[in-house]
Design a protein around this ligand. Structure first.
Ligand SMILES: Cc1cc2nc3c(=O)[nH]c(=O)nc-3n(C[C@H](O)[C@H](O)[C@H](O)COP(=O)(O)OP(=O)(O)OC[C@H]3O[C@@H](n4cnc5c(N)ncnc54)[C@H](O)[C@@H]3O)c2cc1C
Length: 428
Protein backbone atom coordinates (compact mmCIF):
# COMPACT_ATOMS: atom_id res chain seq x y z
CA UNK A 1 0.00 0.00 0.00
CA UNK A 2 2.68 2.50 1.03
CA UNK A 3 4.69 2.12 -2.21
CA UNK A 4 1.95 3.89 -4.12
CA UNK A 5 0.96 6.30 -1.37
CA UNK A 6 1.46 9.93 -2.41
CA UNK A 7 2.32 12.43 0.30
CA UNK A 8 1.13 15.59 -1.46
CA UNK A 9 -2.52 16.58 -1.01
CA UNK A 10 -5.05 14.79 -3.22
CA UNK A 11 -6.35 18.29 -4.06
CA UNK A 12 -3.10 19.18 -5.83
CA UNK A 13 -3.88 16.61 -8.57
CA UNK A 14 -6.60 18.92 -9.92
CA UNK A 15 -5.10 22.13 -8.53
CA UNK A 16 -1.29 21.94 -8.57
CA UNK A 17 0.37 24.77 -6.67
CA UNK A 18 0.77 27.63 -9.11
CA UNK A 19 4.19 28.11 -10.65
CA UNK A 20 4.58 31.83 -10.21
CA UNK A 21 7.93 33.58 -10.53
CA UNK A 22 8.21 36.21 -7.81
CA UNK A 23 8.20 39.69 -9.39
CA UNK A 24 10.83 42.30 -8.48
CA UNK A 25 10.32 43.64 -5.01
CA UNK A 26 8.51 47.02 -5.14
CA UNK A 27 10.04 49.91 -3.17
CA UNK A 28 6.65 50.74 -1.68
CA UNK A 29 3.10 49.32 -1.50
CA UNK A 30 -0.09 50.47 0.19
CA UNK A 31 -0.55 47.06 1.86
CA UNK A 32 1.87 44.18 2.46
CA UNK A 33 0.16 40.87 3.28
CA UNK A 34 2.02 37.98 4.90
CA UNK A 35 0.43 34.62 3.99
CA UNK A 36 -1.18 33.57 0.69
CA UNK A 37 -4.06 31.35 1.90
CA UNK A 38 -7.74 32.28 1.78
CA UNK A 39 -7.37 35.04 4.37
CA UNK A 40 -4.48 36.80 2.66
CA UNK A 41 -5.79 36.47 -0.89
CA UNK A 42 -9.34 37.58 -0.13
CA UNK A 43 -8.04 40.61 1.79
CA UNK A 44 -5.74 41.34 -1.18
CA UNK A 45 -8.62 41.10 -3.68
CA UNK A 46 -10.84 43.48 -1.74
CA UNK A 47 -7.99 45.99 -1.30
CA UNK A 48 -6.86 45.95 -4.91
CA UNK A 49 -10.47 46.34 -6.06
CA UNK A 50 -10.59 49.53 -3.95
CA UNK A 51 -7.53 50.88 -5.78
CA UNK A 52 -4.77 49.99 -3.28
CA UNK A 53 -1.44 48.49 -4.34
CA UNK A 54 -0.95 45.12 -2.66
CA UNK A 55 1.93 42.64 -2.36
CA UNK A 56 1.33 39.17 -0.88
CA UNK A 57 4.33 37.26 0.52
CA UNK A 58 4.61 33.58 1.33
CA UNK A 59 7.56 31.58 2.68
CA UNK A 60 6.57 28.70 0.42
CA UNK A 61 4.68 28.23 -2.83
CA UNK A 62 1.52 30.35 -3.07
CA UNK A 63 -1.26 28.63 -1.11
CA UNK A 64 0.93 25.82 0.13
CA UNK A 65 -0.41 26.26 3.69
CA UNK A 66 -3.66 24.81 5.03
CA UNK A 67 -5.81 26.49 2.38
CA UNK A 68 -4.91 23.85 -0.22
CA UNK A 69 -4.72 20.97 2.27
CA UNK A 70 -8.00 20.97 4.20
CA UNK A 71 -11.04 18.70 4.06
CA UNK A 72 -13.25 21.18 2.23
CA UNK A 73 -16.10 21.22 4.78
CA UNK A 74 -17.96 24.52 4.71
CA UNK A 75 -19.97 24.89 7.90
CA UNK A 76 -20.86 27.14 10.82
CA UNK A 77 -18.87 25.22 13.38
CA UNK A 78 -17.23 26.68 16.45
CA UNK A 79 -15.60 24.69 19.22
CA UNK A 80 -18.31 26.19 21.49
CA UNK A 81 -21.79 24.86 20.91
CA UNK A 82 -24.65 27.35 20.76
CA UNK A 83 -25.92 25.95 24.08
CA UNK A 84 -22.51 26.45 25.76
CA UNK A 85 -22.34 30.03 24.52
CA UNK A 86 -25.83 30.78 25.85
CA UNK A 87 -24.75 29.50 29.27
CA UNK A 88 -21.39 31.31 29.25
CA UNK A 89 -22.29 34.64 27.63
CA UNK A 90 -26.07 34.89 27.32
CA UNK A 91 -28.57 34.36 24.53
CA UNK A 92 -28.02 37.57 22.57
CA UNK A 93 -24.25 37.01 22.39
CA UNK A 94 -24.78 33.39 21.27
CA UNK A 95 -27.21 34.52 18.57
CA UNK A 96 -24.82 37.25 17.34
CA UNK A 97 -21.94 34.74 17.25
CA UNK A 98 -23.81 32.10 15.26
CA UNK A 99 -25.29 34.71 12.94
CA UNK A 100 -21.73 35.76 12.16
CA UNK A 101 -20.82 32.11 11.52
CA UNK A 102 -23.62 32.13 8.95
CA UNK A 103 -22.11 35.29 7.40
CA UNK A 104 -18.80 33.43 7.20
CA UNK A 105 -20.51 30.53 5.43
CA UNK A 106 -22.09 33.04 3.07
CA UNK A 107 -18.67 34.66 2.43
CA UNK A 108 -17.56 31.41 0.76
CA UNK A 109 -20.71 31.21 -1.39
CA UNK A 110 -20.35 34.90 -2.33
CA UNK A 111 -16.64 34.59 -3.16
CA UNK A 112 -17.26 31.55 -5.38
CA UNK A 113 -20.06 33.39 -7.21
CA UNK A 114 -18.30 36.75 -7.46
CA UNK A 115 -15.13 35.35 -9.05
CA UNK A 116 -16.95 32.54 -10.92
CA UNK A 117 -14.72 29.88 -9.31
CA UNK A 118 -15.35 26.36 -10.56
CA UNK A 119 -14.57 24.46 -7.34
CA UNK A 120 -17.40 21.97 -6.70
CA UNK A 121 -19.05 24.20 -4.08
CA UNK A 122 -22.25 22.34 -3.23
CA UNK A 123 -24.86 22.57 -0.49
CA UNK A 124 -25.58 18.90 0.16
CA UNK A 125 -25.86 18.75 3.93
CA UNK A 126 -23.84 17.41 6.82
CA UNK A 127 -24.52 14.40 9.01
CA UNK A 128 -23.31 14.84 12.60
CA UNK A 129 -22.98 11.42 14.21
CA UNK A 130 -23.39 10.24 17.80
CA UNK A 131 -21.64 7.16 19.18
CA UNK A 132 -23.11 7.29 22.68
CA UNK A 133 -26.59 8.01 23.99
CA UNK A 134 -25.22 11.07 25.80
CA UNK A 135 -23.89 12.47 22.50
CA UNK A 136 -27.22 11.74 20.83
CA UNK A 137 -29.16 13.62 23.53
CA UNK A 138 -26.70 16.53 23.40
CA UNK A 139 -27.02 16.73 19.61
CA UNK A 140 -30.81 16.85 19.74
CA UNK A 141 -30.77 19.52 22.45
CA UNK A 142 -28.21 21.66 20.61
CA UNK A 143 -29.93 21.59 17.24
CA UNK A 144 -33.41 22.14 18.68
CA UNK A 145 -32.00 25.24 20.39
CA UNK A 146 -30.39 26.47 17.17
CA UNK A 147 -33.63 25.86 15.31
CA UNK A 148 -35.59 27.80 17.92
CA UNK A 149 -33.29 30.85 18.02
CA UNK A 150 -31.62 30.88 14.61
CA UNK A 151 -34.11 29.04 12.42
CA UNK A 152 -31.44 26.51 11.34
CA UNK A 153 -33.03 23.42 9.78
CA UNK A 154 -32.18 19.92 11.03
CA UNK A 155 -33.50 16.37 11.02
CA UNK A 156 -32.90 13.86 13.81
CA UNK A 157 -32.10 10.25 12.90
CA UNK A 158 -32.26 7.38 15.38
CA UNK A 159 -30.38 4.10 14.95
CA UNK A 160 -33.16 2.57 12.84
CA UNK A 161 -33.10 5.53 10.42
CA UNK A 162 -29.31 5.78 10.17
CA UNK A 163 -28.70 3.13 7.43
CA UNK A 164 -30.39 5.39 4.91
CA UNK A 165 -27.58 7.93 5.57
CA UNK A 166 -24.46 5.87 6.36
CA UNK A 167 -23.35 2.27 5.88
CA UNK A 168 -21.56 1.93 9.22
CA UNK A 169 -22.53 -0.07 12.31
CA UNK A 170 -20.60 2.29 14.57
CA UNK A 171 -23.11 5.03 15.34
CA UNK A 172 -26.40 5.08 17.19
CA UNK A 173 -27.93 8.27 15.87
CA UNK A 174 -27.28 11.63 14.32
CA UNK A 175 -28.64 14.87 12.94
CA UNK A 176 -28.70 16.01 9.33
CA UNK A 177 -27.98 19.71 8.72
CA UNK A 178 -29.24 20.10 5.16
CA UNK A 179 -27.93 23.63 4.50
CA UNK A 180 -24.17 23.02 4.93
CA UNK A 181 -21.75 22.64 2.04
CA UNK A 182 -18.48 21.27 0.74
CA UNK A 183 -15.92 22.53 -1.73
CA UNK A 184 -12.76 21.46 -3.54
CA UNK A 185 -10.38 23.54 -1.41
CA UNK A 186 -7.52 23.45 -3.92
CA UNK A 187 -9.67 24.68 -6.80
CA UNK A 188 -11.21 27.35 -4.54
CA UNK A 189 -7.72 28.62 -3.73
CA UNK A 190 -6.62 28.37 -7.36
CA UNK A 191 -9.64 30.50 -8.38
CA UNK A 192 -8.59 33.14 -5.85
CA UNK A 193 -5.05 33.14 -7.26
CA UNK A 194 -6.40 33.67 -10.78
CA UNK A 195 -8.70 36.49 -9.67
CA UNK A 196 -5.95 38.17 -7.64
CA UNK A 197 -3.40 37.96 -10.47
CA UNK A 198 -5.90 39.28 -13.02
CA UNK A 199 -6.60 42.31 -10.80
CA UNK A 200 -2.96 43.20 -10.24
CA UNK A 201 -2.14 41.71 -6.84
CA UNK A 202 1.62 41.03 -6.78
CA UNK A 203 2.22 37.48 -5.47
CA UNK A 204 5.67 36.76 -4.03
CA UNK A 205 6.19 33.02 -3.41
CA UNK A 206 9.24 31.72 -1.52
CA UNK A 207 9.71 35.15 0.08
CA UNK A 208 9.59 34.89 3.84
CA UNK A 209 8.92 38.11 5.72
CA UNK A 210 11.60 38.23 8.41
CA UNK A 211 10.91 41.51 10.19
CA UNK A 212 8.37 44.31 10.43
CA UNK A 213 9.23 47.65 12.01
CA UNK A 214 7.32 50.89 12.28
CA UNK A 215 8.56 53.99 10.51
CA UNK A 216 6.95 57.31 9.68
CA UNK A 217 3.93 56.82 7.43
CA UNK A 218 3.78 53.05 7.88
CA UNK A 219 6.14 50.09 8.12
CA UNK A 220 9.47 48.82 6.92
CA UNK A 221 8.94 45.21 5.83
CA UNK A 222 12.10 43.15 5.58
CA UNK A 223 11.73 40.11 3.35
CA UNK A 224 14.41 37.55 2.61
CA UNK A 225 14.71 39.19 -0.84
CA UNK A 226 15.13 42.69 0.55
CA UNK A 227 13.18 45.51 2.24
CA UNK A 228 10.14 47.54 1.17
CA UNK A 229 7.87 50.18 2.65
CA UNK A 230 4.20 49.50 3.33
CA UNK A 231 1.41 51.76 4.53
CA UNK A 232 -0.30 48.80 6.25
CA UNK A 233 0.65 45.24 7.12
CA UNK A 234 -1.66 42.21 7.44
CA UNK A 235 -0.59 38.93 9.03
CA UNK A 236 -2.65 36.06 7.57
CA UNK A 237 -0.43 33.22 8.73
CA UNK A 238 -2.74 31.18 11.03
CA UNK A 239 -1.17 27.74 11.77
CA UNK A 240 2.11 28.74 10.12
CA UNK A 241 2.63 31.84 12.29
CA UNK A 242 6.33 32.12 13.12
CA UNK A 243 8.27 34.55 15.29
CA UNK A 244 7.60 37.54 13.00
CA UNK A 245 5.30 39.05 15.63
CA UNK A 246 6.20 37.23 18.86
CA UNK A 247 3.12 38.70 20.57
CA UNK A 248 0.93 36.78 18.09
CA UNK A 249 2.96 33.58 18.26
CA UNK A 250 2.44 33.54 22.05
CA UNK A 251 -1.33 33.48 21.51
CA UNK A 252 -1.59 30.67 18.97
CA UNK A 253 -1.31 26.92 19.43
CA UNK A 254 -0.30 25.40 16.08
CA UNK A 255 -1.25 21.78 15.50
CA UNK A 256 -0.90 19.24 12.71
CA UNK A 257 -4.00 17.89 11.01
CA UNK A 258 -3.89 14.63 9.01
CA UNK A 259 -5.85 13.79 5.93
CA UNK A 260 -5.99 10.82 3.57
CA UNK A 261 -7.74 9.73 0.39
CA UNK A 262 -8.56 6.11 -0.33
CA UNK A 263 -7.90 4.49 -3.68
CA UNK A 264 -10.82 4.72 -6.10
CA UNK A 265 -13.57 2.43 -4.76
CA UNK A 266 -15.25 -0.32 -6.78
CA UNK A 267 -18.47 0.75 -8.46
CA UNK A 268 -21.41 0.86 -6.09
CA UNK A 269 -19.44 0.70 -2.84
CA UNK A 270 -19.43 4.43 -2.16
CA UNK A 271 -23.22 4.61 -2.65
CA UNK A 272 -23.56 1.83 -0.11
CA UNK A 273 -21.34 3.58 2.48
CA UNK A 274 -22.25 7.24 1.97
CA UNK A 275 -25.56 7.00 0.10
CA UNK A 276 -26.64 10.64 0.27
CA UNK A 277 -23.21 12.13 -0.39
CA UNK A 278 -23.07 14.52 2.56
CA UNK A 279 -20.15 15.58 4.73
CA UNK A 280 -19.84 13.57 7.98
CA UNK A 281 -18.37 14.35 11.38
CA UNK A 282 -18.57 12.66 14.75
CA UNK A 283 -19.31 14.43 18.05
CA UNK A 284 -15.93 14.32 19.77
CA UNK A 285 -13.67 17.29 20.47
CA UNK A 286 -11.02 15.49 18.39
CA UNK A 287 -13.30 15.04 15.41
CA UNK A 288 -13.23 12.54 12.58
CA UNK A 289 -14.32 14.06 9.25
CA UNK A 290 -15.41 11.93 6.30
CA UNK A 291 -16.59 12.85 2.80
CA UNK A 292 -16.61 11.70 -0.79
CA UNK A 293 -14.11 13.26 -3.18
CA UNK A 294 -15.93 15.75 -5.42
CA UNK A 295 -15.85 13.27 -8.33
CA UNK A 296 -17.36 10.57 -6.11
CA UNK A 297 -14.54 8.13 -6.78
CA UNK A 298 -13.08 7.77 -3.25
CA UNK A 299 -13.46 8.58 0.44
CA UNK A 300 -11.49 11.34 2.13
CA UNK A 301 -10.88 11.11 5.86
CA UNK A 302 -9.38 13.54 8.38
CA UNK A 303 -8.54 12.36 11.90
CA UNK A 304 -5.88 11.97 14.58
CA UNK A 305 -5.50 15.73 14.78
CA UNK A 306 -2.54 16.93 16.81
CA UNK A 307 -0.49 13.73 16.46
CA UNK A 308 3.16 13.98 15.38
CA UNK A 309 4.35 11.56 12.72
CA UNK A 310 5.03 11.29 8.99
CA UNK A 311 2.49 11.05 6.19
CA UNK A 312 3.07 7.37 5.34
CA UNK A 313 2.76 6.20 8.95
CA UNK A 314 -0.31 8.36 9.40
CA UNK A 315 -1.81 7.13 6.13
CA UNK A 316 -1.63 3.56 7.52
CA UNK A 317 -3.13 4.60 10.83
CA UNK A 318 -5.90 6.66 9.22
CA UNK A 319 -7.00 3.83 6.94
CA UNK A 320 -7.08 1.60 10.05
CA UNK A 321 -9.46 4.09 11.68
CA UNK A 322 -11.59 4.36 8.56
CA UNK A 323 -11.88 0.57 8.29
CA UNK A 324 -13.17 0.52 11.86
CA UNK A 325 -15.96 2.86 10.71
CA UNK A 326 -16.54 0.98 7.43
CA UNK A 327 -15.50 -2.70 7.71
CA UNK A 328 -16.27 -2.98 3.96
CA UNK A 329 -13.03 -1.06 3.25
CA UNK A 330 -10.75 -3.93 4.43
CA UNK A 331 -9.24 -4.38 0.97
CA UNK A 332 -9.04 -0.70 0.04
CA UNK A 333 -5.71 1.13 0.27
CA UNK A 334 -4.56 4.73 0.59
CA UNK A 335 -3.79 6.80 -2.50
CA UNK A 336 -2.77 10.07 -0.76
CA UNK A 337 -1.85 10.90 2.82
CA UNK A 338 -0.89 14.44 3.77
CA UNK A 339 -0.78 16.97 6.56
CA UNK A 340 -1.27 20.68 7.18
CA UNK A 341 -1.14 23.12 10.06
CA UNK A 342 -4.04 24.76 11.86
CA UNK A 343 -4.08 27.09 14.86
CA UNK A 344 -6.12 26.98 18.03
CA UNK A 345 -6.33 29.74 20.63
CA UNK A 346 -6.49 29.55 24.42
CA UNK A 347 -10.17 30.60 24.39
CA UNK A 348 -10.95 28.34 21.40
CA UNK A 349 -12.25 31.33 19.42
CA UNK A 350 -10.98 32.94 16.20
CA UNK A 351 -9.49 36.44 16.58
CA UNK A 352 -9.33 39.50 14.35
CA UNK A 353 -7.48 42.57 15.55
CA UNK A 354 -4.58 44.98 15.35
CA UNK A 355 -1.41 44.88 17.45
CA UNK A 356 1.10 47.74 17.27
CA UNK A 357 -0.51 48.78 14.00
CA UNK A 358 -0.27 45.31 12.38
CA UNK A 359 -3.61 43.75 11.43
CA UNK A 360 -4.13 40.01 11.95
CA UNK A 361 -6.83 37.34 11.54
CA UNK A 362 -5.98 33.95 13.02
CA UNK A 363 -6.94 31.10 15.35
CA UNK A 364 -9.67 29.52 13.25
CA UNK A 365 -9.76 26.32 15.32
CA UNK A 366 -10.53 24.16 12.21
CA UNK A 367 -13.14 26.49 10.65
CA UNK A 368 -10.78 28.52 8.49
CA UNK A 369 -12.49 27.89 5.18
CA UNK A 370 -15.50 30.06 6.06
CA UNK A 371 -13.74 32.15 8.73
CA UNK A 372 -10.70 32.91 6.54
CA UNK A 373 -13.03 33.93 3.69
CA UNK A 374 -15.02 36.18 6.04
CA UNK A 375 -12.06 37.65 7.93
CA UNK A 376 -10.18 38.33 4.67
CA UNK A 377 -13.03 40.67 3.75
CA UNK A 378 -13.12 42.24 7.21
CA UNK A 379 -9.35 42.86 7.22
CA UNK A 380 -9.66 44.82 3.98
CA UNK A 381 -12.61 46.75 5.38
CA UNK A 382 -10.61 47.68 8.51
CA UNK A 383 -8.02 49.34 6.28
CA UNK A 384 -10.45 50.93 3.82
CA UNK A 385 -13.01 52.16 6.36
CA UNK A 386 -11.40 52.19 9.81
CA UNK A 387 -13.91 51.74 12.63
CA UNK A 388 -16.62 50.27 10.40
CA UNK A 389 -16.06 46.56 11.07
CA UNK A 390 -18.67 44.93 13.25
CA UNK A 391 -17.68 41.44 14.39
CA UNK A 392 -18.13 39.57 17.66
CA UNK A 393 -14.61 38.21 17.12
CA UNK A 394 -12.86 41.56 16.53
CA UNK A 395 -10.63 43.27 19.10
CA UNK A 396 -11.48 40.84 21.88
CA UNK A 397 -9.00 40.13 24.71
CA UNK A 398 -6.53 37.65 23.22
CA UNK A 399 -5.26 35.31 25.93
CA UNK A 400 -1.92 33.62 26.35
CA UNK A 401 -0.53 31.77 29.36
CA UNK A 402 2.60 32.55 31.40
CA UNK A 403 5.87 31.31 29.85
CA UNK A 404 4.19 30.15 26.61
CA UNK A 405 6.28 31.21 23.58
CA UNK A 406 4.57 29.15 20.86
CA UNK A 407 6.15 25.73 21.53
CA UNK A 408 3.23 23.32 21.07
CA UNK A 409 4.86 20.20 22.63
CA UNK A 410 1.72 19.54 24.71
CA UNK A 411 -0.75 19.22 21.79
CA UNK A 412 -0.61 15.40 21.36
CA UNK A 413 -1.10 14.99 25.13
CA UNK A 414 -3.96 17.47 25.15
CA UNK A 415 -5.76 15.58 22.36
CA UNK A 416 -5.20 12.25 24.17
CA UNK A 417 -6.65 13.84 27.30
CA UNK A 418 -9.81 14.83 25.36
CA UNK A 419 -10.06 11.30 23.91
CA UNK A 420 -9.76 9.79 27.39
CA UNK A 421 -12.27 12.21 28.93
CA UNK A 422 -14.85 11.65 26.18
CA UNK A 423 -14.17 7.92 25.78
CA UNK A 424 -13.15 8.12 22.12
CA UNK A 425 -11.98 4.73 20.86
CA UNK A 426 -9.10 4.43 18.39
CA UNK A 427 -8.51 1.43 16.17
CA UNK A 428 -5.00 2.29 15.00
C1 LIG B 1 -5.98 18.61 7.08
C2 LIG B 1 -6.80 19.86 7.35
C3 LIG B 1 -8.19 19.80 7.28
C4 LIG B 1 -8.95 20.95 7.50
N1 LIG B 1 -10.29 20.89 7.24
C5 LIG B 1 -11.03 22.05 7.27
C6 LIG B 1 -12.37 22.04 6.84
O1 LIG B 1 -12.88 21.04 6.37
N2 LIG B 1 -13.09 23.19 6.95
C7 LIG B 1 -12.53 24.36 7.44
O2 LIG B 1 -13.23 25.36 7.56
N3 LIG B 1 -11.21 24.40 7.80
C8 LIG B 1 -10.45 23.29 7.71
N4 LIG B 1 -9.12 23.33 8.02
C9 LIG B 1 -8.53 24.62 8.44
C10 LIG B 1 -8.33 25.60 7.26
O3 LIG B 1 -7.71 24.93 6.19
C11 LIG B 1 -7.44 26.76 7.71
O4 LIG B 1 -7.96 27.33 8.89
C12 LIG B 1 -7.38 27.86 6.64
O5 LIG B 1 -6.97 27.34 5.40
C13 LIG B 1 -6.44 28.98 7.08
O6 LIG B 1 -6.27 29.86 5.99
P1 LIG B 1 -5.25 31.05 6.09
O7 LIG B 1 -5.28 31.75 4.80
O8 LIG B 1 -5.54 31.88 7.30
O9 LIG B 1 -3.83 30.36 6.37
P2 LIG B 1 -2.99 29.29 5.51
O10 LIG B 1 -3.71 28.85 4.30
O11 LIG B 1 -2.52 28.25 6.44
O12 LIG B 1 -1.78 30.17 4.98
C14 LIG B 1 -0.82 30.73 5.86
C15 LIG B 1 0.45 30.99 5.04
O13 LIG B 1 1.30 31.88 5.77
C16 LIG B 1 2.62 31.64 5.30
N5 LIG B 1 3.58 32.26 6.24
C17 LIG B 1 3.69 32.07 7.59
N6 LIG B 1 4.66 32.86 8.09
C18 LIG B 1 5.18 33.56 7.05
C19 LIG B 1 6.23 34.53 6.94
N7 LIG B 1 6.92 34.95 7.99
N8 LIG B 1 6.49 35.06 5.71
C20 LIG B 1 5.80 34.65 4.61
N9 LIG B 1 4.80 33.72 4.68
C21 LIG B 1 4.49 33.19 5.87
C22 LIG B 1 2.69 30.13 5.24
O14 LIG B 1 3.73 29.70 4.38
C23 LIG B 1 1.27 29.76 4.73
O15 LIG B 1 1.26 29.48 3.35
C24 LIG B 1 -8.32 22.19 7.84
C25 LIG B 1 -6.92 22.25 7.92
C26 LIG B 1 -6.16 21.10 7.67
C27 LIG B 1 -4.66 21.22 7.73
Amino acid sequence: MSAAMKTDPYWWEAAPRPEIAAPDLPAKVDVAIVGSGYTGLIAALKLVEAGRSVAVFDSGAIGSGASSRNSGFVGRTLKYSFGDLVKAKGLSHAIATYQEMQQAFQAVADTVAEYAIDCAFRIHGRLVLAETSQQYEDLQREYELRHQHLGSPFETLDKAALPREIGSPRYLGGVVLPDLASIHPGLYHQGLVKAATARGVALHPFTRVANISRESGGFRVLTERGPLQAGHVILATNGYTDGLLPWLQRRLIPFDAWQMATEALPAGLIDQLLPNDRTYIDSYMNIDAIRRSPDGSRILYCGKTGERSDQVTMGRRLIGELRAVFPDLQDIGVSHSWTGRCAATFDLLPHLGTHEGVHYAVGYCFAGLPMGSHFGRLLAQRILQPGSVKSVFADQPFKTVPLYQGNNWFVPWMMRYYDFKEGKRHAA
